[in-house]
Write a protein that binds this ligand. Structure first.
Ligand code: NAP
Ligand code: GDD
Length: 368
């Protein structure tokens, strides 16, 4: 009988970790995940797996740990003997990395080194390693669109720490012949996206606004442009990267770019609000041009009222506290290499990602 493959996911409680765990379980892997000790519950995204008695401690095993803790990593690798490791753990917020650059580097740069070192210490030379690299490496972009050959120019402590991780992967691949790969993933979103990232911040707040539970949203740079894809597809891409014949580096992206402003307009449009903009920079406001609520969509047993939103209401303001000291203005990736060698391609369109996230947040708010 064929033995089930064993995977270890760091960052299993995050957006990507939760989707990847589902994907690997469906492919009959035994999945181990590292979770951090927290004073409150941090397993919300994997509760549906975690509370399933057919899965927990049969196909899915959770271990306390931290990628800044070397002895813990050594012990876990020794015990689990994974065939594949997916290193998704990170302090993943770019603006926060300016406030905690040392900690961000400890986790995002040296954390990667610690796992690679633990692989060598435990003699797991056949284990394949996936590193969650990022389009933030391109930062102040040197070429449009960005490919695997575009020079890097990171613009934050997060980007710089991830650049170290990127190179240490390549170094261990070349020095020790490890199967180690970088997935250079452009932004990918979903209803499970952390609430402080811009897309989720917007869809969540917009749902609250139409239900009359919040008056406005404060945002930072409305003109930043990102290549936004759909997270579950990108997590399937991570698996494909490790099924390639050898360790290599791949961009996963949609090839389209949209601004934060466009994301905001589309979000409100899905909820029946047409927006218009007035003012410039910090003084810019997002104003209601019209509101035609879909009463069937907004009213239910739990949500009995629709927000009193009128033409001329200011529902978006700009706060410089969300500006970054150095900004990444534009990202757009070319994932032809992944298409050619892995058969991977982003499928869900920008408009549909917005819709999926708006619907999920609206349902969540209505249930409250
Ligand atoms: P996320 O939702 O912020 O999840 C990060 C995960 O890392 C969480 O499970 C978190 O645990 C865990 N973690 C943080 N510090 C840790 C530590 N010291 N030790 C162990 N675990 C730790 O991030 P994501 O969006 O899923 O992204 C996954 C990875 O891909 C990250 O490395 C991110 O930098 C990278 N990436 C993301 C994108 C994107 O658009 N989403 C694009 C490119 C690259 P808690 O739940 O306890 O906080
Ligand atoms: N978070 C946030 N909050 N960003 C805002 C806001 C706001 O209120 N207003 C405007 N923005 C702009 C940011 O300045 C940035 O240009 C853009 O929206 C996207 O910000 P985030 O959603 O925080 O994502 P990110 O692109 O900085 O980083 C994400 O993607 C990277 C891949 O490119 C994270 O997931 C990183 O971990 C990932 O590596």
């Amino acid at each position: 009988m064929k033995k089930n493959k064993i995977a270890l996911i760091t960052g299993i409680t995050g957006q990507d970790g939760s989707y990847l765990a589902e994907i690997l379980l469906k492919k009959n892997y035994i999945v181990h995940g590292i979770i951090r000790k927290s004073s409150s519950f941090n397993t919300g995204r994997i509760d549906h797996l975690y509370t399933n008695t057919e899965i927990l401690n049969k196909k899915l095993f959770l271990h306390y740990g931290d990628i800044v803790d070397t002895s813990n990593l050594n012990r876990l690798l020794e015990k689990i003997q994974p065939d594949e490791i997916y290193n998704l753990a990170a302090q993943s917020h770019v603006l926060v990395s300016f406030q905690i650059p040392d900690y961000t580097s400890q986790v995002d740069a040296l954390g990667t080194l610690r796992i690679l070192d633990a692989i060598r210490e435990t003699g797991l030379n056949k284990t394949k390693f996936y590193q969650a690299s990022t389009s933030e490496l391109f930062g102040k972009v040197q070429e449009i669109p960005q490919t695997e050959k575009t020079p890097f120019y990171p613009r934050s402590p997060y980007g710089v720490a991830k650049l170290y991780a990127y190179w240490i992967i390549i170094n261990f691949r070349e020095a020790y012949n490890l199967f180690a790969s970088n997935g250079i993933l452009f932004n990918h979103e979903s209803p499970r996206r952390g609430e402080t990232f811009v897309t989720r911040k917007i869809t969540r707040a917009a749902a609250q606004i139409v239900l009359g539970r919040q008056n406005k949203i404060l945002l930072g740079n409305l003109d930043a442009k990102r290549d936004w894809g759909y997270a579950p597809e990108y997590c399937e891409g991570m698996w494909r990267i490790l099924q390639h014949k050898e360790g290599d580096d791949f961009i996963l992206a949609t090839g389209e770019t949209h601004s934060v402003r466009e994301f905001t307009e589309l979000t409100f449009k899905d909820l029946g609000i047409e927006l218009t903009w007035r003012g410039k920079a910090e003084k810019e406001k997002g104003i209601v041009k019209s509101f035609e609520p879909d009463r069937n969509k907004l009213l239910s047993k739990n949500s009995k009222k629709i927000g009193k939103i009128r033409k001329g209401d200011i529902i978006i303001e700009v706060s410089p506290s969300y500006y970054r000291p150095t900004e990444v203005e534009l990202l757009v990736g070319d994932s032809s290499k992944a298409k050619k060698l892995l058969g991977w391609q982003a499928k869900t369109k920008f408009e549909d990602i917005v819709k999926i996230m708006v619907d999920a947040d609206l349902q969540k708010q209505i249930r409250k």
